[in-house]
Design a protein around this ligand. Structure first.
Ligand code: XUL
Length: 512
């Protein structure tokens, strides 16, 4: 029986995807939504609403995550699925979130206590909340750490990212400074991914290279904890961190606690971050493809065999769970910005989406930052949006969309031209945007719709013990409905010129 389970502990919920590799099919995909299913934690969006509203702090209750795990498994069983058929488990979690555990944690992990996971672990936390990736209240801690290691450039070279507010190191430092007694009572600091994996295995497991790279503490050259970053972060931190290990490590077997759901003691592979896991779930972990995900914000990620620190200070390098590395760039002006423009012009999506197919390329560019942008770091630009004639409207949409993807190309240029681009997320349905991206990047674009790629990636990683990744990608990540969109060579050449103009314009603007 070749059935595997992948879990994804995301911001808003916990998802399980089970795959059957003999039938090349998804057996089930089941989720618990924290807001809807566990309202008593007062976290409608996965973080404690009051902390966010009053203090702009984004914290989640780790006990809620444990309750969600029990609830998810009981739900799957109630739906009639036989979990004894599962032959291995892996998974992932939202990146950067930290979980602070006291000396009781190790004992609780034996899971010999009675009751559910919440009862077993209720006295195991030295801090009742986990800061999550949405929390950015740590600029001071970032500046302090950058100063003590010799600048952001050094942090970037060592860890793959400049000091970043949402990353674990800045969050740990803030806890160390503001709640020192509780920091001292902390025995181990896990990431959300290694915490969940530990609770499944029944012992404390390492942090995988993929998610470890999102801490600003892990040296991507030596693949070890970086002693300078650790000393700059907090006193006495080194013994509180789990070791780091390759993502493919089998870290144990499922604890007998889960027998009550029908599970056998199956092998567990280290959990990773949700972005590295999505890379696998999209079928892009080993074929030189780049993934562009068009969501609320747009994300670009691609693999690399060697560690090369991005020259672009806005990018991040994480570990690729299949070995090597992945670069990730996040653009804040994604679909939310596109929708803002569309609404201003009172256009339907279909009018908006196909403008590129019906327009000339033109020579003008704009800086497409409706909102403050993070790649590159820039304040919003005051853009005049014309709303008169249809011609004017579609010319503007064309200019805006072209400039958005020229910016993406410009920011990611040092990664080279991908072999192909896998396009996903809501706006990937648009044929016009697909052609625009093919022409700007100069490679084929495949539009794929894979839901829950992060949990699917977990299932594929553990299945990879018996099946090649190419075979798994073929089974679960094929774009079934749309043909590959190929670039138009003439248009590509025009965009190469336009890219230079855009880069100059941006440079001038940033200098000001
Ligand atoms: C990546 C990041 C987010 C979270 C979302 O750096 O902060 O993508 O991983 O869960």
């Amino acid at each position: 029986m070749n059935k595997y389970l992948g879990l994804d502990l995301s911001t808003q919920g916990l998802t399980a995807t089970a795959i059957d590799c003999d039938l090349a099919s998804i057996d089930f995909c089941e989720s618990v939504n924290f807001g809807k299913d566990l309202p008593e934690y007062e976290s409608p969006n996965g973080f404690i609403a009051r902390d966010a509203e009053v203090y702009k702090q984004y914290h989640a209750n780790p006990i809620m995550w444990l309750e969600a795990l029990d609830l998810l498994f009981s739900r799957i069983v109630a739906k009639g699925y036989d979990l004894s058929l599962i032959s291995g488990i892996s998974g992932c979690a939202q990146q950067h979130a930290t979980v602070y555990l006291n000396a009781n944690f190790k004992k609780a992990l034996n899971m010999s206590g009675s009751g559910n996971l919440c009862d077993i672990f209720k006295d195991s936390f030295s801090r009742s909340v986990s800061p999550i990736w949405l929390d950015t209240n740590t600029s001071l801690e970032c500046a302090q750490m950058a100063a003590s290691v010799g600048g952001d450039f050094v942090a970037r070279k060592k860890t793959g990212s400049p000091m970043t507010e949402r990353f674990s190191a800045a969050q740990i430092r803030k806890f160390f400074k503001t709640d020192n007694a509780k920091y001292n009572a902390t025995d181990v600091i896990h990431l959300a991914s290694s915490f969940l994996c530990s609770v499944l295995c029944g012992h404390s497991v390492p942090i995988d290279y993929g998610d470890g790279a999102g801490m600003n503490l892990f040296n991507l050259d030596s693949l070890e904890a970086d002693s300078d970053m650790i000393s700059a972060c907090a006193d006495g931190l080194a013994p509180k961190l789990p070791p780091f290990a390759p993502s493919k490590t089998i870290c144990g077997t499922l604890s007998p606690y889960y027998k009550k759901y029908g599970f056998n003691e199956v092998p567990i592979m280290l959990f990773s971050g949700d972005n590295p896991s999505s890379l696998v779930g999209m079928g892009a972990s080993e074929n030189g493809a780049a993934v562009i995900s068009l969501g609320t914000s747009d994300t670009y990620f691609a693999t690399s065999a060697q560690y090369v620190s991005n020259n672009n200070a806005c990018g991040h390098v994480f570990g690729n769970p299949m070995g090597g590395f992945m670069s990730l760039f996040c653009f804040r002006n994604g679909s939310l910005a596109r929708d803002f423009v569309r609404q201003k012009l009172s256009m339907t999506w279909s009018q908006f989406d196909c403008t590129y197919l019906n327009s000339q390329i033109g020579s003008e560019t704009i800086l497409p930052f409706i909102f403050d942008e993070i790649t590159p770091k820039s304040k919003a630009v005051n853009i005049e949006i014309p709303a008169n004639s249809c011609r004017e409207k579609s010319d503007f949409v064309n200019l805006f969309l072209q400039s958005q993807f020229l910016n993406m190309r410009c920011q990611t240029q040092e990664l080279g031209t991908p072999k192909k681009i896998l396009l996903t997320g809501g706006a990937s349905k648009s044929e016009g945007i697909g052609h625009l991206i093919a022409d700007i990047f100069g490679c084929g674009v495949e539009r794929i719709s894979i839901s829950n790629s992060a949990s699917l990636g977990g299932a594929m990683r553990i299945a990879n013990r018996s099946f090649s990744m190419a075979k798994l990608a073929d089974m679960f990540c094929k774009s079934k409905d749309c043909a590959t969109i190929m670039p138009n060579d003439k248009k590509k050449a025009l965009f190469d010129d336009k890219l230079r103009l855009y880069a100059e314009k941006l440079k001038e603007f940033i200098k000001r």
